[in-house]
Design a protein around this ligand. Sequence first.
Ligand SMILES: [Zn+2]
Length: 198
Amino acid sequence: MQYPAPIAKLINSFTKLPGIGAKTAARLAFYVIDMPETDVTEFAQALVNVKRDLTVCEICGNISDTNPCQICQDESRDQSMVLVVEDARDVMSLERMQEYHGLYHVLNGVLSPMEGVGPEDLNVPALINRLHDETIQEVIIATNATAEGEATAMYLARLLKPAGIKVTRLAHGLSVGSDIEYADEMTLYRAIEGRREI
Ligand SMILES: [Zn+2]
């Protein structure tokens, strides 16, 4: 027996979400059928609004409901530092820490020759543009500790250093609460390389 068309359509929509297979999609669809109508309307509205009300900040590339975003607009933040991340979600993680008070720049990806992603596909020109303003003195590269993240960091360092900008990279090493015994060789190597005086 086939599902009635509205249910089939909803199941199909749920399968477009990451990590949701046909079975889970069907379970969610039937759950929605039993939900109060006000909740369903609110849920549907939230889905529409998240697309309609969000925009990309023209300065830093962050996802925001204002343009420029609130971080770029905040004059109390340290204007001499820009932290470069792969993704807008990274900005949110770093903001949760509440210890970084500089600015951000979102690349929207990393260099990946395998997937055909080159420098022209990243939000790099806007970064170069921002550096023409001499208030920025340090660029902290916070791409992920993956091969692509490293290659992107090296590319940016080569690009920015000749302009006299201080380019730093987030430290990589042992995670808090971990044992040296269980750390992999690359992590240990990075931890030794990134050691600092105490
Ligand atoms: Zn911004």
